[in-house]
Design a protein around this ligand. Structure first.
Ligand code: PLP
Length: 288
């Protein structure tokens, strides 16, 4: 198998020829931010929005962005020339390589830019038709979850709780309120109305979350962005996960109990169809 081509500080190189200093602040402190962009047959889904969120993350951690959104889009396009088909593009920017380890933000460093692609693992037909299993856990992460930081230990440990029991995601609760899942946002449905927690510092505002809100509005689906209590999560008729790779998935079992009827609900099926139509439009192909 040939080594995939990746981007590193302005160069396209085979992935196994890229070496990063152990002093890189990304390695030492997890001092970096990232994005994951889904690509369908060469077309990025919401590419600009991903790079706008990258900018917001960089502003939050006081890191100068080496590129404009247009430049970033160009860098991705060059990489995609080596990766046809459906891809996930992973972009990471760290604060760079200082001469020594010191918590204080060093001045004048060149950020380290790394970008790679791997085949996009979209949800299986089985997952779409039957839904997935989730567990809940206390949200033990920090209070800056709106930053898409590479410091993901809290999310990694949360995700492992569900992996340990063969579940797809860990849905998190902080002080009795729904926040999000370890790598996805969460929506609930009750009596025909969709609800999701508002964007604040306790969740990452997903690009897919925003897209779902737009599609719901365009599709005249009733939607209420508001805080969701643990009781409302547990009593929901439907629960959904959204993310760039999961798209929108129905949660049909939560902590071992069926969600609603135990099958993906009617509003899930509607939103899933709207999502697939949207994808087909950006690919320039006709919806299946
Ligand atoms: C913690 C967290 N929340 C939400 C999301 C969903 O974000 P997006 O829809 O932009 O993929 C992710 C995606 O990785 C995530 O890690």
């Amino acid at each position: 198998m040939t080594t995939p081509i990746a981007h590193f500080n302005g160069q396209l190189l085979p992935l196994d020829k890229i070496f990063i200093s152990p002093l890189d602040r990304g390695f030492i402190f997890g001092d970096g931010v990232y994005e994951v962009i889904p690509v369908y047959e060469g077309a990025m889904l919401r590419g600009r929005e991903h790079f706008e969120r990258l900018q917001r993350s960089m502003d939050e951690i006081r890191l100068d962005n080496p590129h404009t959104v247009d430049q970033w889009m160009g860098v991705v396009d060059k990489l995609l020339e080596h990766h046809p088909g459906n891809q996930s593009v992973y972009i990471q920017v760290t604060r760079g390589v200082p001469p020594k380890r010191d918590h204080v933000l060093p001045k004048g460093l060149r950020p380290t830019v790394f970008m790679m692609c791997y085949p996009l693992a979209s949800p299986s037909k089985e997952q779409v038709e039957n839904g997935v299993t989730c567990i809940t856990a206390r949200d033990f992460r920090w209070e800056k979850c709106h930053i898409k930081s590479t410091s993901l230990l809290g999310n990694v440990l949360a995700r492992q709780l569900s992996a340990d029991v063969g579940a797809t995601e860990t849905i998190m609760l902080r002080d009795g309120m729904l926040t999000e899942a370890s790598a996805s946002n969460v929506f609930v449905v009750k009596d025909g109305v969709v609800a999701a927690p508002p964007s604040d510092n306790l969740i990452l505002l997903g690009i897919t979350y925003d897209l779902l809100v737009q599609l719901a509005n365009e599709g005249a689906v009733r939607l209420d962005i508001r805080p969701v209590t643990e009781a409302q999560l547990r009593g929901a008729d439907e629960v959904w996960l959204t993310s760039s790779t999961k798209e929108v998935l129905a949660v049909t079992t939560l902590d071992g109990k069926p969600v609603g009827s135990g099958k993906p609900g009617p509003l899930f099926r509607r939103m899933h169809a709207l999502f697939q139509e949207h994808k087909a439009r950006i690919r320039g192909t006709v919806a299946a």
